[in-house]
Design a protein around this ligand. Structure first.
Ligand SMILES: NC(=O)c1ccc[n+]([C@@H]2O[C@H](COP(=O)([O-])OP(=O)(O)OC[C@H]3O[C@@H](n4cnc5c(N)ncnc54)[C@H](OP(=O)(O)O)[C@@H]3O)[C@@H](O)[C@H]2O)c1
Length: 254
């Protein structure tokens, strides 16, 4: 199982983007620690599959459909999670994506707005749905999802880079606001991670060259991100807030 964080057993963890990829693997990792896990996304069948897998392994788990760009849907999901699993201790706001390259000269207003909405505004709305409960109880850990693309210019669209850089400053700002209220906020900035989606769009030769751009010489795995998330959720990081954890094989040091 790897590291055991005994304080995570019995905690209620919400993971947006939990229907696949990094979020689904993070959900499995929390469930293995004995946490109760709610996975959010838009694909009901995929959410059911992940939650069903966790329950089959003995965890308490719930799949909830919510579009993270829709505040009302998030409020409904938060209410359901509260009823089914209890008060939330950990929020991993991971939903997002669409980092595909777009030359800025060809960027459209519609696409720009949709990428900002899907990554930055969705993070704000997701945190907004769960924050009152965390603040009321005076405890909790929020982990947001940035990207290496938000740390340095890369091959993504400028919209995605700006959105993820926005997630980083939003997270630092929120961390300072909440530092006296028992709630920690940290961001994870992954390099290129091998998921079903990235494997489908990246031919093997491209994967090899992207891997070579990371000093540790390989792509990330969803489990690399899940491991960092468990640490930031656990008591072992209790004196860490407002930080960006680059989980990127050294990508940001070159
Ligand atoms: N993979 C990488 O290389 C990489 C690198 C850096 C950062 N990231 C970030 O890590 C996060 C997860 O990426 P991934 O690679 O695991 O992607 P993925 O496999 O494409 O999964 C994306 C997840 O986000 C959910 N999602 C997207 N938009 C949503 C919305 N509006 N409302 C609710 N759920 C939404 C999807 O849910 P449904 O499919 O159910 O709608 C899905 O669960 C994203 O924020 C991404 O930007 C990924």
């Amino acid at each position: 199982m790897g590291v055991r964080y005994s304080d995570l057993a019995g905690k209620v963890v919400v993971i947006t983007g939990g229907s696949r990829g990094i979020g689904a693997e993070t959900a499995r990792s929390f469930a293995r620690q004995g946490a109760s896990v709610a996975v959010l996304g838009r694909d009901a069948a995929a959410l059911d599959a992940v939650a069903g897998e966790l329950r089959a392994d003995g965890a308490k788990a719930l799949g909830t459909v919510a579009d993270c760009t829709d505040a009302a849907a998030l409020a409904r999901a938060a209410a359901l999670i509260g009823e089914e699993l209890g008060p939330v201790d950990v929020l991993a706001a991971f939903a997002g994506g669409d980092g595909y390259p777009v030359p800025t000269v060809r960027e459209t207003e519609e696409h720009w707005r949709s990428v900002l909405d899907a990554n930055l505004t969705a993070t704000f709305l997701t945190v907004g749905a769960f924050l009152p409960g965390l603040v009321e109880r005076g405890t909790g850990s929020v982990i947001t999802m940035a990207s290496t693309a938000g740390r340095l210019p890369s091959g993504s669209s400028a919209a995605y880079a700006a959105a993820k850089a926005g997630v980083l400053m939003y997270s630092r700002h929120l961390a300072l606001e909440l530092a006296g209220q028992g709630v920690r906020v940290n961001a994870i900035a992954p390099g290129a991670v091998r998921t079903e989606r990235t494997a489908a769009v990246m031919p093997a030769a491209v994967q090899a060259s992207v891997a070579a751009a990371h000093p540790l010489g390989r792509l990330g795995e969803p489990a690399d991100i899940a491991a960092a998330t468990l640490f930031l959720a656990s008591v072992e990081s209790s004196w860490i807030t407002g930080q960006t954890l680059d989980v990127s094989g050294g990508r940001v040091i070159v």
